[in-house]
Design a protein around this ligand. Structure first.
Ligand code: CTP
Length: 412
């Protein structure tokens, strides 16, 4: 396929090098047309080397080839990334001051804009109108992803991940209408890691959760276009870029954070390993060992079941009936029943919409990079298996969540 890749003048231009690689590695012939402004971010040498084709944005280079007409005519697909506010405005008003805008006017095949700009520019009435105009003419304009922007603030306006733009472009070429990022405009709250239940100022009861699965889910949800809120208990891995992070320590702190986040979340994924019990008393001072006293005894009390509370809260609110609540279950089988039988019972008991089931042993799952899960649905569809790296498993879980959200009616 012949692809024209227009590059706008935004900081996200550097990510487009990866997009170009995805196109060329899939065997496509790509001509890159960077705007003048974009070459202040990424130089033409990068585009020439990666595409293997000459690069220009002037209508006065190689005039005999009539590039300003030919490139648009011959392209099977035109992708503009990052589509800046300026480029969207130029395209909407049909300007033709350079080779890229000429090509857009001459394009015969599908055109995909992947916007990236500050949230306020994206939400400005002028940009909204330009996007509507372009969509009205049949161009595809992706919703930008949400998350951390170039400065300290965050919101919608991030360039979607290269793989997401690539997938959208391929869907568009196949004539599919589901080219938008599956979680665009959605807020996904994910709890990750293991809670730590204090005994005294220096000691706690913890668990083996590394947080890897929760972090991989956060990345997959972010890449699918969601605004992601990560409720991070103790994790051995760093939180990913482009997600909002709230640190929590104990189950009670996580409960408070999760119930608050639930108020405006489309999806809540409880992948954290929450301690079922906490010490009944937390000593203000370090518990000392003394030779003259008996061995200390720790009395445990039950922690609230956060997942169950989230489901009850969702079910009690009519407005929240579209919310999807996803639980995790780390199960082992025993003589009384196998892993799936226990998991089915847990799904019914907790009432969540999906339950992602891990089979655990001391050497399995915790801290490992790979995983195999079964996704059970309360609605009763067939159990779905997913295996591979935690990234692959997370992508499968997020695909399933997107499907439930976009194609299955309210759950409560
Ligand atoms: N969970 C929760 N609050 C708790 C305990 C667990 O929200 N106090 C959530 C976990 O985040 C996970 C799911 O519930 O999504 C299943 O956790 P698990 O510990 O496997 O289930 P339990 O209900 O504790 O069942 P059991 O210990 O009997 O296996």
């Amino acid at each position: 396929m012949r692809i024209v890749l227009g590059v706008g003048g935004g900081i996200a231009a550097y990510k487009v090098a990866s997009l170009l690689r995805l196109f060329t590695e899939a065997g496509h012939d790509v001509t890159v047309i960077p705007t003048e402004a974009s070459t202040r971010f990424v130089g033409t040498a990068t585009w020439e080397a990666l595409s293997g084709n000459p690069v220009s944005n002037s209508v006065f280079d190689d005039v005999h080839l009539v590039n300003h007409v030919r490139l648009g005519h011959e392209a099977d697909l035109v992708v503009v990334a990052p589509a800046t506010a300026d480029l969207l405005a130029k395209a909407a008003t049909g300007q033709a001051g350079d080779l890229l805008t000429n090509t857009l006017l001459m394009a015969h095949g599908p055109v995909l804009f992947a916007p990236a700009m500050h949230t306020e520019m994206w939400q400005h009435a002028a940009t909204r109108a330009n996007v509507e105009t372009l969509r009205g003419r049949g161009a595809a304009v992706l919703e930008p992803a949400s998350g951390r922007l170039t400065g300290a603030d965050s919101g919608p306006g991030r360039l979607p991940e290269p793989q997401a733009i690539f997938d959208a472009a391929m869907a568009l070429v196949q004539g599919r209408s589901d080219y938008q990022l599956p979680l665009a405009g959605r807020t996904v709250t994910i709890s990750a890691g293991g809670t730590r239940e204090s005994l005294d100022p220096v000691r706690f009861l913890g668990n083996r959760s590394s947080g890897k699965q929760g972090v991989a889910l956060a990345v997959a949800a972010r890449n699918a276009g969601a605004t992601v809120r990560l409720l991070a208990a103790h994790m051995e891995v760093p939180a990913p870029a482009g997600v909002e992070v709230q640190r929590v320590e104990t189950a009670l702190e996580l409960r408070e954070a999760a119930l608050a986040a639930a108020a405006d979340s489309d999806v809540i994924i409880m992948s954290a390993a929450v301690a079922d019990f906490r010490p009944g008393e937390v000593s203000d001072t370090k518990i000392k060992k003394r030779d003259d006293t008996a061995d200390p005894v720790i009395t445990l009390v039950r922690n609230p079941d956060i997942l169950q509370e989230l489901v009850e809260k969702r079910n009690a609110s009519r407005a929240g009936s579209g919310q999807l609540v996803v639980g995790f279950a780390a199960e082992t089988g025993d003589s009384q029943g196998d892993v799936l039988a226990y998991a089915q019972a847990k799904l019914q008991r907790k009432g969540c919409d999906l339950l992602v089931v891990n089979h655990v042993g001391m050497d399995k799952v915790f801290g490992q990079d790979s995983n195999a899960v079964v996704i059970l649905s309360r609605a009763g569809s067939e159990p779905q298996e997913a295996s591979g790296t935690k990234t692959e498993v997370s992508e499968a879980i997020i695909r399933r969540i997107s499907f439930e959200l976009n194609h299955v009616s309210p759950r409560a």
